[in-house]
Design a protein around this ligand. Sequence first.
Ligand code: FPP
Length: 233
Amino acid sequence: MTRIPQHIALIMDGNGRWAQQRGMPRSMGHRAGVEALRNIVRLSDNLGVKYLTVYAFSTENWKRPRSEIGILMSLLKEYVVKELDELHANNVKIQVLGNMENIPDDVRAAYVLACEKTKNNKGLVLNVALNYGSRAEITQACKRIVMDVLQGSIKYEDITEDLFAEYLFTKGCPEPELIVRTSGEMRLSNFLLWQAAYSEIVVVKELWPDFNEQSLLEAIRIFQNRERRFGGI
Ligand code: FPP
């Protein structure tokens, strides 16, 4: 309990396969995935995790059939609408990582409201990566840095790794010590590429809807048994 990572990031993969294995439509897998997320947010908070970042919808997920995008968007909205009061009561601060412009108006409005309502909370920070892609995030940071140099608010010599990180969506969050991906895939899939430089990555076989409290504790235990050297010896 004394070595709980302060920032955990989750790649919630395998909802579709979970549903297919049961002969159900993919939407049921996503719905079960939301249930799993609900429990994991509660447990993370109880364990004293300070930041939890979840990959909810990537810039690449727009390639999915329109019907599936619609289901994911309505689940995303439903989650934040239903959970807001409880999350707020538990002092959780909700933040969105990603470009909100292309998100349907009602979903965006629900997240804007949730972020606004919880912005002064001091408990768990729940980062929802929504229309998030790491390459887009890094490209956008470069463009904004160039603009700031051209406009004179920063100087070329000021550009450091720390300054660069201030231009990312994760500004103000420490880097994740632990990234967990479910469903056995060994990829980052355009998630937190800058921030993951020294993250421990734990890939578990379970599909996301099956990922429960025990699974998170097991991932943390694996993390605690890793030796982190950060390039040293
Ligand atoms: C990957 O499974 C999962 C997603 C693309 C979406 C993750 C979303 C949720 C868990 C629900 C909504 C999130 C929040 C924050 C309320 P997949 O569809 O790629 O599964 P497959 O690889 O088996 O097809």
